[in-house]
Design a binder for this molecule. Structure first.
Ligand code: ZN
Length: 230
């Protein structure tokens, strides 16, 4: 065996492994190692001790778990952005559809009375009030909203979508006769008395009829427009 004992070599092996001992000591350890299997295997053990944890950190933690976590996060964020994309597209499509209906079909804007002409207000044989309404701006009208305030003012409010359509024959509400049945409207509204009938809104209105007003009798032609029996 060699001049130095195994115990001394084993004490020095960590230093030798880390390459921090003097060249003399290095030589001495190498000489001993070439002859001593026990110290050689001790050096292998030191190398393994240091290498295995390093491998574990590198391969399992970084290559394995960390990358798995990163890819999970990436997958999750891809799923999230896919869902986000679907939601955003659905919202956009709804906005486009709502926008289209809103602009072209929802009757939400009042027609100003400066483009309204009310003519030939008269009373039919069955006491209904009949009148001719014409919207002089040439656009169509599809809806009249009925409203009454607490004082018995009844408003027939013409409503249009934001994007108006040109009036086409038959003109209907945009240019024609219509009637108003005070009796049935009073029954519908819990017997509240209608005192006046307006075309428009409380702020912008044309008086059609008010209590005490004497209306002329409707002409035969007008009667015939609403006489569905003959
Ligand atoms: Zn030895």
């Amino acid at each position: 065996m060699s001049k130095i004992s195994c115990n001394i070599v084993k004490d020095m092996l960590p230093l030798y492994h880390d390459n921090v001992c003097s060249s003399d000591s290095q030589k001495m350890v190498e000489e001993h190692l070439s002859e001593c299997d026990s110290c050689k295997s001790e050096l292998d053990r030191i190398r393994d001790d240091i290498k295995i944890p390093k491998k574990e950190i590198e391969e399992n933690k970084i290559d394995g778990k960390v990358i798995k976590n990163i890819s999970m996060m990436w997958k999750r964020s891809r799923v999230k952005s896919f869902i986000k994309g679907v939601i955003i597209s659905a919202l956009l499509i709804s906005f486009i559809i709502l926008g289209y209906f809103g602009l072209f079909h929802w009757n939400i804007t009042n027609v100003p009375t400066n483009v309204v002409e009310i003519k030939n207000v008269s009373e039919m044989e069955d006491d209904k009030i009949v009148y001719h309404a014409e919207l002089t701006d040439g656009y169509s009208l599809n809806r009249i909203k009925y409203d009454m305030d607490d004082e018995g003012n009844f408003y027939l409010t013409p409503l249009r979508p934001i994007i108006k359509k040109k009036a086409q024959p038959p003109y209907g509400m945009s240019n024609g006769y219509d009637f108003f049945d005070i009796e049935s409207q009073q029954i519908n509204r819990d017997g509240a008395k209608i005192k006046a009938l307006y075309y428009g809104t409380p702020k912008d209105k044309i008086l059609i009829w008010k209590k005490g007003m004497d209306l002329p009798e409707a002409s035969k032609e007008v009667e015939n427009l609403f006489n569905f029996e003959n």
